[in-house]
Design a protein around this ligand. Structure first.
Ligand SMILES: [Zn+2]
Ligand SMILES: [Zn+2]
Length: 318
């Protein structure tokens, strides 16, 4: 008599995987490095350029508008909508949000969402792709951890398993298309400001050049560091008025530039809420935009935080 066969228990999908070959993964890391370093050098060069001939109000307008479009594409689109499902959107709005977020050059939408869902599933514990507490909590370990949470994690060769963390987006042909168009959209977001600068300045090359510097390079660098600050700074310091399982904090001085995302303690306490700045005086431009889109019937079923629900999560009000 043969021994009864025992069915293998189904293994859960791994947390991360190596996409393509090792060589390809390394090439991706190299290109990513360029996109981080070049805008940073641009910022370093910004001050002397600014005091000379190279900054006009055209550049400021182009830079701020591009920052607002690509930034809210990340906060409203990639984060509150695609990652957390804080509201439902019409098809064209869904596609527009995916495109707008791609203009921030923070990676293709499906990868961004998979990483961020994994962050919430394991926040500040083993498996979190970017916790500043990864190496321990003494000064040396935390310094290393802050670097890892801010930029270092992007260079992990292994990537979050998209099949496990974003199967809904992989099943959506519209979103897959936008995801695959990432490099082309990177071209658009870098070339649009100089094109507008060229036309607006009356077809001058200087208009194109300064708009490229401020509206493309400086804008992308600022947005990158703001987003990464949520992962590093907002998981290290800040007020923690709400109950959450991790070390997420509210950092008020990042509120405007992060478009409301630095109210990160509330976000971890209530991840699907469409508003993160829920307490008095907490500016949250992303929530305001969702509110306007709701009024215009572009989105529906918005998960606004209710007073009762917040009261159950509040630890202290100071
Ligand atoms: Zn977080
Ligand atoms: Zn989140």
């Amino acid at each position: 008599m043969s021994a009864p066969t025992i069915a293998e228990p189904r293994q859960p999908l791994p947390l991360s995987e190596l996409p393509g070959t090792l060589g390809r993964a390394r090439l991706e890391q190299f290109i990513l490095g360029l996109f981080i370093v070049v805008p940073l050098l641009a910022v370093a060069a910004a001050a002397p350029v600014m005091w000379g001939w190279g900054l006009g109000w055209h550049d400021v307008v182009i830079g701020v508008v591009m920052y607002a479009i690509s930034g809210h594409g990340i906060t409203v689109g990639f984060h509150r909508y695609f990652t957390h499902g804080s509201f439902k959107a019409r098809r064209w709005v869904r596609i527009a949000l995916a495109v707008a977020g791609s203009l921030a050059i923070e990676g293709p939408v499906i990868r961004w969402v998979a990483d961020h869902r994994r962050h919430h599933a394991f926040s500040d514990r083993d498996g979190d792709p970017h916790s500043p507490w990864r190496y321990g909590d003494d000064v040396k370990a935390l310094t290393k951890g802050l670097w890892h949470a801010h930029i270092g994690w992007l260079f992990d060769i292994e990537q979050t398993n998209q099949q496990r963390f974003a199967p809904d987006l992989l099943a959506d042909p519209d979103i897959v298309k936008v995801d695959r168009a990432f490099l082309r959209l990177t071209g658009v977001t870098l070339l649009l400001p100089p094109l507008v600068g060229f036309l607006w300045s009356g077809f001058t090359w200087q208009g194109a050049l300064t708009a490229f510097f401020w509206g493309s390079l400086v804008r992308v660098a600022m947005l990158h560091h703001t987003t990464w600050s949520i992962n590093s700074i907002c998981h290290t310091i800040g007020e923690r008025p709400f109950k959450s399982r991790d070390k997420s904090g509210n950092v008020w001085w990042l509120a405007i530039i992060s478009m409301g995302e630095s109210w990160h303690n509330l976000h971890h306490a209530d991840p699907t809420a469409a508003r993160h700045g829920v307490l008095r005086g907490q500016l949250d431009s992303s929530a305001r935009i969702i509110w306007v889109m709701e009024k215009l019937r572009m989105v529906r079923e918005v998960r606004w935080p209710s007073r009762e629900r917040l009261a159950t999560k509040l630890v202290r009000t100071s």
